[in-house]
Design a protein. Structure first.
Length: 341
């Protein structure tokens, strides 16, 4: 076994067994800065950025909990994570002050681990605290200003409200914020924009599967499919969990190369609606048809909401060495090795 594969296997084993481990998030670079907006005025972004290739996973969220939630002061763990078989999840062990967390592996021989499934039952506040933790370099310790309460977002114990905007500078590092919840435009562009459309002038697909045709729900390498409850049939016919690993619909990525921006789980974005709600997009494994995956479809929830249909992905910055390529419209994948509807 090659050394890199061995290290990856050891990291995966550590997460499954509840040990603290460095989180690696696959990112897709989104170039073509200054692209035109779609007809609904969404999707124009004036700068290069990167976004998660997949939703944040159960394994990654488990590592986060083990790093900062021995007490879990602000409820980053939800008990449904340990009991809802539809989405798999995480088991909380021990007592307050010494909590540890393990990826569930109790759904039978067909599902030995849920480590690569998307994490559900996360509020907008949970996602923001995860972003803070990433922006602060994945520290270990109580939920404090240097771990989860400041960084990308200044929360400082807040568990309600919507008046939280992304910081320009991380007060803990003095540097530009490098992990955050994507804005609606950032999320939308990554899902629907294609610089190759219209003879290279760029344009938008109706669905985030790089298609103008409603997707089916066949897992595998057939194009234009997504994890939805198409025609009242789940994509996973063998039973719970009904969510799928990132990339399970291997020929249904967006033009930039993201997966599951349609189906699997709705994802939080940073849009504030009516001073009460945060935006969500993308549909879920429970969506009865593909309409919730359309570029014209969006929804919202109070930022404290949790559900088996809501997850999230993060945005970040591309590596400086790739900026020149991005200006010419190339997209590539960058791996950063840093440690609720």
């Amino acid at each position: 076994m090659k050394k890199s594969l061995l290290l990856a296997a050891l990291a995966l084993l550590a997460i499954e067994n509840g040990a603290m481990a460095q989180v690696t998030i696959d990112l897709v670079n989104i170039g073509n800065p200054g692209n035109a907006a779609d007809t609904n005025t969404l999707g124009s972004v004036a700068y290069n950025y990167a976004i998660g290739k997949y939703d944040v996973t159960i394994g990654q969220y488990t590592a986060f909990l083990n790093a900062v939630a021995a007490n879990d002061s602000y409820g980053l763990y939800n008990s449904y994570m340990g009991s809802n078989n539809a989405v798999g999840g995480i088991t909380q062990n021990g007592t307050s002050g010494s909590y540890t967390y393990t990826v569930r592996s109790d759904l039978g021989s067909g599902h030995p681990s849920e480590v690569n499934l998307p994490i559900a039952y996360v509020s907008w506040f949970d996602a923001a605290r995860f972003a803070n933790w990433m922006a602060n370099g994945q520290p270990t310790g109580a939920q404090s200003p240097t771990t989860t309460e400041n960084g990308a977002y200044t929360l400082l114990g807040a568990t309600t409200g919507v008046n939280f905007t992304k910081n320009t500078t991380n007060p803990n590092t003095g540097k530009a914020v490098n992990w955050w919840i994507p804005s609606q435009n950032e999320w939308y562009k990554a899902a629907y924009y294609d610089p190759a459309l219209n003879s290279g002038a760029g344009g938008y697909w109706l669905y985030p599967t790089r298609s103008n045709t409603a997707p089916g729900n066949v897992i595998g390498s057939t194009p234009d499919n997504a994890n939805i409850n198409y025609a009242k049939n789940f994509a996973v016919p063998s039973g719970a969990p009904y969510v799928t690993d990132g990339g399970a619909f291997s020929a249904s990525a967006s033009a930039y190369g993201t997966y599951d921006q349609g189906g699997n789980l709705y994802q939080w974005n940073d849009q504030v609606i009516s001073g009460l709600y945060r935006g969500e997009r993308g549909g879920s494994f429970r969506s009865a048809d593909a309409s919730s995956l359309l570029s014209s479809s969006s929804t919202f929830a109070t930022p404290t909401s949790v559900s088996d249909q809501i997850g999230f992905r993060l945005a970040s910055v591309p590596e400086p060495a790739t900026w020149g390529l991005l200006a010419f419209g190339f997209a590539s994948t960058v791996i950063f090795r840093r440690r609720k509807h």
